[in-house]
Design a binder for this molecule. Structure first.
Ligand code: GDP
Ligand code: MG
Length: 178
């Protein structure tokens, strides 16, 4: 699935999709800059960030991350971002059942119109807000299992599982023979 890339310098195009306000931009900022800014701005259209990480065997991986806006008026632009992506990260907010429904919409959209070998990860973000939880962990797990996706709960605020979110699907996509 690595697209014939040099095994020592991989490039991974990754797209984040999901409802507005679920924390996509905060996840990316946490991963790229190690920061959490509670006053972060709403994404307009989409934004691009890249981050290179080194794996243990001196392979480097450059993530090209497209962070999309969740608003309806940009939905028609989404294929521009997910087309050609090797990893799609679909995010919902564990305090919002509506955002979980919206995540399922994105999964279906990718199953219909995305590349057949795209690796998908379902992410329940804001896991630090456990007292406000309205989507059970089991619901996320069951849905992702049915759809052949990875599943992880994260918190951009506390940094819980943020590195894992980027590394686990990556390893599956490029090193599944390991
Ligand atoms: P986006 O529209 O999906 O890009 O969402 P943002 O990244 O802009 O975040 C929306 C709001 O959720 C902001 O007020 C963030 O501070 C907040 N937020 C994002 N991630 C977390 C998280 O993990 N925990 C908590 N408690 N709040 C978060
Ligand atoms: Mg955003």
């Amino acid at each position: 699935n690595g697209g014939g890339q040099d095994a020592k310098n991989l490039r991974v195009k990754l797209v984040l999709l999901g409802d507005s306000g679920v924390g996509k931009s905060c996840i990316v900022l946490r991963f790229v800059r190690g920061q959490f800014d509670p006053t972060s701005k709403v994404t307009v259209g989409a934004s691009f960030l890249s981050q290179t990480i080194a794996l243990q065997d001196s392979t480097t991986v450059k993530f090209e991350i497209w962070d999309t806006a969740g608003q309806e008026r940009y939905a028609a632009l989404a294929p521009l971002y997910y087309r050609g992506a090797s990893v799609a990260v679909i995010v919902y907010d564990i305090t919002s059942p509506e955002s979980f429904s919206k995540a399922q919409y994105w999964v279906k959209e990718l199953q219909k119109h995305g590349s057949p070998d795209i690796v998908m990860a379902l992410v329940g973000n804001k896991a630090d807000l456990h007292e406000k939880r309205e989507v059970a962990v089991q619901d996320g797990m069951d849905y992702s299992e049915k759809n052949g996706m990875f599943f992880i709960e994260t918190s951009a605020k506390t940094a819980d599982n943020i590195n894992e979110l980027f590394e686990v699907p990556l390893i599956f996509a490029f090193f599944s023979d390991w």
